[in-house]
Write a protein that binds this ligand. Sequence first.
Ligand SMILES: C[S@@+](CC[C@H](N)C(=O)[O-])C[C@H]1O[C@@H](n2cnc3c(N)ncnc32)[C@H](O)[C@@H]1O
Length: 405
Amino acid sequence: MSSPVHNWYKFTAGFSYKFVDIILDGYQPENTVVYEPFAGCGTTLVECQKLGFRSVGNESQELMCNVINAKLNWTIKEADYKTAIQNINQYVVSNKDKKETADKFHPLLVTLYDNPSLRELYSIRDGIHEIDNVELRLFFNMALCQTLHKSAIHPIAVPYISRSKFLADSGHALEKFNKISAQMVDDIKKMPNHNRLATVYNWDSRIENSKIADSSCRLCITSPPYLNNLDYGEVSKVHSHFFEMTSNWNDITEKVRHKLVTGATTHYRETDFNLDVFSQSEFAKKNPVTMKELVVLYDSIIKNAKTRKGKKSFHILMMHYFEDMYKVLKEMRRVLAEGAEAYLILGDSAPYGIYVATTQFLGDIAMNAGFREYSIHKIRTRGDKWKTLSNRHNISLSENILILK
Ligand SMILES: C[S@@+](CC[C@H](N)C(=O)[O-])C[C@H]1O[C@@H](n2cnc3c(N)ncnc32)[C@H](O)[C@@H]1O
């Protein structure tokens, strides 16, 4: 969070750019293109560009693609920035006393910002909209995304809105926006080279992306969603509602959740799942050994669920998750050249106290998706902070690097 550009967007699921550095250390920029199927807030792509490597990635959330594109554009000129920021401020001032169209404010945001700040936020948004230059619009929308985090009454993404906590320094949206934008321009000046070396597609990595050629990358550095019920649609809903990409639960399901690897029980309808039908899927047929083990876990999770509060369908979630990841791994294999390596940061899981060796399963599934060899390197133990919860399992979980060859 203290590294320039990387710290432009507070993203719960982001990983450390230093991880990318360590891996890139063994590669040459001249003959390496890096693939990132889960671009997130762009850590891999930004770090590759900083170090002079070409990279290409997919991210299925439009909001996050905008964030990444803003973080990758280091050609903003100071003079253009100055003119635009003046215009935005003028726009906000001249709209200040306008009779407010309060119904323009999304009801969720009304509960998260004081009224003067909310007026300023919407006014800044509309002021940015008047700018002709796409790159400048992305740049200022990025600054506005950060302002949404910093001026809220409650933290809005830890990973979800945390109404029991209060931000000490909430409000003052315009002032914060100006400060954040100025800092961003300064950060750009610190970037080592200003060439654009990375491309991100607003694309679902489970599906073949024809814009990325077969065997075009030598390395993959990524962190897929974990099997831990984190709902990315919920994580980004304050922003996506504010920018009018979504407006309610259904919208989030259609426009966000359905384009993501199934990682939360909110992504599907339980009644749509049938184990017999699933057993006939390509995934089940190509991964017979894994499938057999998953069915045992599926039954155990159902059994344990009966003794737990909250009837979540983790058994179904698990099946969808591995099927989706099989598709992602197949596409990854297509994009990677012979001899390439893939580094995936992953967490193990224990839905309703049943241990699922997620990393190992994905290693096995990768073998059936065209990879030749895998190894697992444990980075840390995780989940300990939940140990005090009375219904929490006491299985030790870990975060791992899965290396595929
Ligand atoms: C764990 S985060 C990646 C974090 C990233 N390494 C970073 O530092 O920001 C997973 C990301 O994958 C995206 N995602 C999930 N399913 C996807 C899919 N099928 N295709 C493309 N992106 C997807 C999510 O929107 C989320 O931003």
